[in-house]
Design a protein around this ligand. Sequence first.
Ligand code: HAM
Length: 418
Amino acid sequence: MPYGRLRGFQDITGDAAALFARAEAAARRVFGIFGFEEIRVPVLEEKALFARALGEATDVVQKEMYEFEDRSKTRVALRPEGTAGVVRAYLENNFHKTEGLTKFFYMGPMFRSERPQAGRLRQFHQIGVETLGADSPWADAEAIQCLALFLDRAGISSYEIKLNNLGTFEERGDFRQELHRFFSREAGALCEDCGVRLVKNVFRILDCKNPSCREIVKKSSPITGYLGKESRGHFDAVCEALSAIGIRYSLDPYMVRGLDYYTKTVFEVSHPKLGAQDALAAGGRYDRLVETFGGPRAGAVGFAAGVERLAMCMADAGAAEKFSENAYFIVTLGERAFKEGFKILSALRARGVRVSMDFAGKSMKSQMRAADKSQSRHVLILGDNELDGGTCTVKDMQTGTQELQPLESYLASLRGKE
Ligand code: HAM
């Protein structure tokens, strides 16, 4: 095989594909209830769009984007996340001029050239929502409840929601200066990476996993002391709303995010099946992004979940069932039965019934093996005896029982999955 997959890129098949489909179905169902409408934005955008939105100094922009010059010499990048493209589309299609909120959901591949490991890929998939034109703290609570109900519906339990308040850009500027002063004094005791972070993006020191850095971080003052009345009031209202609707969460005053556009509320969802570093989903408020792209002042909040990570946590909720209840396989013996079987196959499919059969003239034994592989619950066996008697033998693959059925009425009783 001369060509292999690129490192960090995956083919998604079998059970994994079924889990992806289950996550997407849960998303469509729950997001629909919350009034989010689907948006599909391009996978390729101008690089400057992401650099501006996510922050020039972020790891994603500095190190992880797949970027290149296209044939017309435009610097483009494969999208590393969904929010920037959605905000661009919101403005470009004039959604900001319509009254009230704009609520979008999206799902699709994202690209980051990170070091691949379990649950961390270079092409991964996100399912996310964005509410644009919303300043109210109730919109933050709504987004978090939507995420929780989505995870529940996808069959994921024992996840944990952590919240923090990052304040406004201005408040964060003062906090940055203080952190810089504090960590400069401790520079000798920081790990090598944090030495670089001190120069490039001091906030990232706060989520360093190195135990000695963690000790130093604990001695630093959290952002809470730098937040103004308005930011604190907003965040308190979010917490109150979540408590009122019974969503459990904990506060993490040292939580920072890898993208710079956040203001006020940020949140992350972790799961014991993922390592300490990796979140199942994350999001927050980004009140300045629409303005940054030349739009009006418009508050916004959203989140995205990583589908590969969802699948890792869904697996214990029972992978795909062995047999599909409403699926059938036709096994035929001899040419006459094959021709009759093909007519039955086509008629059933036209009625929406999931059914398959073998076209290669295989033995009865290998047709039964193919039936098993197809995971069909019921196998219809047709031979000359059955055809002469106007019957078919029906085998239930789960119980192993076999019954002779009157052909016409049995076929008439079959239904596709609703
Ligand atoms: P993010 O935290 O960068 O946020 O990514 C969200 C989720 O995508 C992560 O929690 C994780 O599950 C998944 N993810 C990220 N990188 C990878 C990777 N290399 N491999 C596998 N999964 C990954 C955002 O992207 C924001 N746009 C979320 C948001 C929406 N904020 C507001 N609205």
